[in-house]
Design a protein around this ligand. Structure first.
Ligand code: MG
Length: 336
């Protein structure tokens, strides 16, 4: 197999700010794996919070290029098991490669990946549209600019309640909020009560993942469902998160690709937890890959490609929150 990694800069339509970082460009990388004339594609973004830089992706990519060069694809699982120890602290690149291998594997069999997995796709959930942190006026304008059936609002500001009250005055559609690790259990108790009355469906990552003892108590402080995002990274976190949260936010780049993500979704469901399928700011390649997992969930947050100006691929189609798979086999995505 021949691995190629191409850096791309995704330009954001608006500056995207959370209480963790703020940017106008998202560094990403197109991962392509070729065998016998078929090409599997994947995507690996860079991310400061997870300490994944472009340099790290390109340098470690060279190692994997050598590793794959004299090998033929057997199964994505077998390769994931071999690649995972080679990229111990680079799940973002591991994900890009694993997605490309899954895409190639399904293309070799002439099938869309979700069909190969025998998943029912007749009832896909709606995806939320994210409103990042900004001044109240800008947040209101952003919401008015994109009419949508469900929004995710980034919080962790000085005036979270005021933000939600102001946005709620503009629309009755459901909101989900993402505190991005900013709250304490006391804040969670107060805000969750107020937010319940304001039509919030659930809260994502209220407390910082390092506050494990407080997290263990957080469910008793909240009247709303709680989803783990920063607390949930890999398969090792499934048991803790399914016990102390209502559900987990599965993102391919955090857990290392579709192969572990599928296992995680099935494990979480078997433990009685909810799952949501999320994304980073990424192109339609990463989004079309994550969308293969949609049949597992009621909650999707796959608006990443809608936030960028120069999407480099055609894949998952999204219209007013409603999603439909792109044409073609594998992850149903092609580079423009
Ligand atoms: Mg989040």
């Amino acid at each position: 197999m021949k691995l190629t990694i191409t850096p791309i800069d995704l330009k954001l339509k608006h500056r995207f700010t959370t209480n963790i970082d703020s940017r106008t460009v998202q560094h990403s990388h197109v991962v392509q794996i070729e065998q016998d004339g078929l090409i599997g594609i994947g995507e690996a973004t860079a991310h400061p919070f997870y300490k994944i830089s472009r340099e790290k992706i390109l340098e470690e990519g060279k190692q994997i290029e050598k590793f794959l060069t004299d090998k033929e694809l057997t199964s994505p699982e077998e390769f994931w098991n071999q690649l995972s120890p080679l990229l111990p602290d680079n799940r973002f690149l591991l994900s890009g490669i694993d997605v490309a291998l899954n895409d190639l594997y399904a293309k070799q069999r002439g099938m869309p990946l979700h069909k190969l997995w025998e998943l029912e796709i007749d009832k896909l959930p709606l995806t939320s549209y994210t409103i990042g942190i900004d001044t109240l006026d800008v947040m209101k304008d952003k919401l008015k600019e994109v009419p949508w059936p469900v929004y995710k609002i980034k919080l962790g500001t000085e005036n979270d309640l005021e933000v939600i009250q102001a946005l709620r005055a503009l629309t009755d559609v459901p909101f989900r909020v993402d505190a991005n690790c900013a709250w304490s259990n006391d804040q969670l108790a107060t805000l969750s009560r107020k937010f319940k009355d304001l039509g919030i469906e659930y809260i994502e990552q209220a407390l910082h993942p390092d506050k494990k003892e407080e997290i263990k108590e957080s469910m008793s402080h909240s009247v709303l469902p709680l989803f783990a995002d920063e607390s949930f990274k890999t398969e090792d976190d499934v048991a803790f998160c399914c016990e102390h949260f209502t559900g987990i936010n599965i993102k391919l780049v955090k857990c290392g690709g579709l192969t572990p993500a599928k296992r995680i979704a099935e494990k979480a469901i078997s433990l009685g937890a909810e799952i949501m399928i999320g994304c980073m700011t990424e192109s339609s390649i990463g989004i079309s890959a994550a969308a293969q997992l949609l049949p597992y969930t009621k909650y999707a947050d796959l608006d990443g490609a809608l936030l960028i100006e120069n999407d480099i691929a055609d894949g998952l189609q999204i219209e007013f929150g409603k999603m439909s798979y792109g044409k073609g086999n594998g992850i149903g995505c092609r580079i423009k």
